[in-house]
Design a protein around this ligand. Structure first.
Ligand code: IPE
Ligand code: IPE
Ligand code: MG
Ligand code: MG
Ligand code: MG
Length: 295
C-alpha cells in the first residue's frame, strides 16, 4: 500500500470508530450530542490518532489501539472548542464550519467541550478494563498530557502572553515552552500511548522526543498557515494570531526562518522514527506530510 492509501485507511478506521463510540447514553440531551458531533465532524485531519496507530504498528498480540485513538481525538476536539471561545482566541470557523459556540451558543460549547474531555476517560477506563495496568498507564498518559502543567498550562501561558504584550516581550524560550505544552504534549501522548499499547515501554523516551519535535514543527506550521494560508483550504479563521497580538515563532524568526526551523525539527524527528519503528516507512511519510501540509 502507498502512504496515501495507508493514511486514508487509518483515517477511515478512526472516523468509523468515532461514529461507533459517540452514540451516548440515551438520556444525553440532544443539543449536547449535536454540539459534540458538530465539533468532531469530518474535516479534522486526525493527525494525533493516526500517529497513535502508526506508533502502535499493528503487531499481533498487542492491545487494540482504536479506543485510545478515539479518546485522544475526543480530548483534542474539546481543546479546540474551548480554544475558539470568545474568551480565548475568539474564532468563528473550524474544520470548515462555524465553530461550536457560533453554531450553537457559548454555554453549549463549554459543555460540549467538558463532555468530550470526560468522554475520553470514560472510553479509556471502559475499553481497557480487562488489563488494569495498561488501563491506568493510558489514563495517566492522557490526563498528564491534557493537564495543568501541559496542554492546559500551555493554553494559560498563551493567554497570558497575549495580555502581557504591553509590559514586555516574550522570549523565544518562552514561545518554545508554550509550543511544547499546548501542542507538543498531545503529540507526545499520541506516540507514547501507541507504544504502551504495543507493549514497547523501552521506547517511551525516544517516543517523547519524537512527539516533542513533531509538536514544535506542527505548531510553527500552524502559525505559518495562520499568517499565509488560504482560509478555504485551512478551514479555520486565519490571521488570528496578529489580531490577538500573539507572539509566535513566525514573529520571531520571520516566515523563512520559521520554515527552516520546521525542516530542522522534522529532521530530528526522522532520526527518532528510525529508532522506534521496525518498519519506519509510514511514520517517515507522516513527517513528509507534516512538512508540506497546507491544511
Ligand atoms: C489545531 O490542530 C490545533 C493546534 C495544536 C495547532 P489540528 O491542525 O490538528 O486540527 P484538526 O484536528 O485537523 O482540526
Ligand atoms: C492551539 O493553538 C492549541 C490548542 C488548541 C491546545 P492555536 O490557537 O494556534 O490553534 P488553532 O490555530 O486555533 O487551531
Ligand atoms: Mg489558541
Ligand atoms: Mg486558536
Ligand atoms: Mg493557530
Amino acid at each position: 500500500v502507498t502512504f496515501d492509501q495507508q493514511l486514508q485507511d487509518f483515517r477511515s478506521q478512526i472516523e468509523g470508530a468515532l461514529g461507533h463510540y459517540i452514540p451516548l447514553h440515551p438520556d444525553t440531551p440532544g443539543r449536547l450530542v449535536a454540539a459534540m458531533r458538530h465539533a468532531l465532524t469530518a474535516g479534522g485531519k486526525r493527525v494525533r490518532p493516526v500517529l497513535l496507530l502508526a506508533a502502535h504498528g499493528g503487531a499481533d498480540g498487542t492491545a487494540d489501539p482504536i479506543p485510545a485513538a478515539v479518546a485522544l481525538e475526543c480530548l483534542h476536539t474539546y481543546s479546540l472548542i474551548h480554544d475558539d471561545l470568545p474568551s480565548m482566541d475568539n474564532s468563528a470557523l473550524r474544520r470548515g464550519m462555524p465553530t461550536c459556540h457560533i453554531a450553537f451558543d457559548e454555554a453549549t460549547a463549554v459543555l460540549a467541550g467538558d463532555a468530550l474531555l470526560t468522554l475520553a476517560f470514560e472510553i479509556l477506563s471502559t475499553c481497557y478494563c480487562s488489563d488494569p495496568v495498561l488501563c491506568c498507564a493510558l489514563v495517566r498518559e492522557l490526563s498528564f498530557a491534557a493537564g495543568a502543567s501541559r496542554l492546559v498550562g500551555g493554553q494559560m501561558d498563551d493567554v497570558m502572553m497575549e495580555r502581557n504584550q504591553e509590559c514586555g516581550s516574550t522570549s523565544f524560550a518562552e514561545i518554545t515552552k508554550i509550543e511544547d505544552c499546548k501542542t507538543g504534549a498531545l503529540f507526545q501522548c499520541s506516540i507514547r500511548m501507541g507504544l504502551l499499547l504495543a507493549r514497547k515501554q523501552h521506547l517511551l523516551e525516544t517516543g517523547s522526543a519524537l512527539g516533542q519535535w513533531i509538536g514544535r514543527a506542527f505548531q510553527i506550521t500552524d502559525d505559518i498557515l495562520d499568517a499565509t494560508g488560504d482560509e478555504k483550504v485551512v478551514g479555520k479563521t486565519l490571521k488570528i494570531d496578529s489580531r490577538n497580538r500573539k507572539v509566535t515563532a513566525v514573529g520571531y524568526l520571520g516566515l523563512d526562518g520559521a520554515r527552516s526551523q520546521v525542516k530542522a525539527m522534522l529532521a530530528e524527528a526522522r532520526s527518532c522514527v528510525r529508532e522506534i519503528a521496525p518498519d519506519p516507512t509510514f511514520l517517515l511519510g507522516m513527517l513528509d506530510y507534516l512538512e508540506t501540509r497546507s491544511h
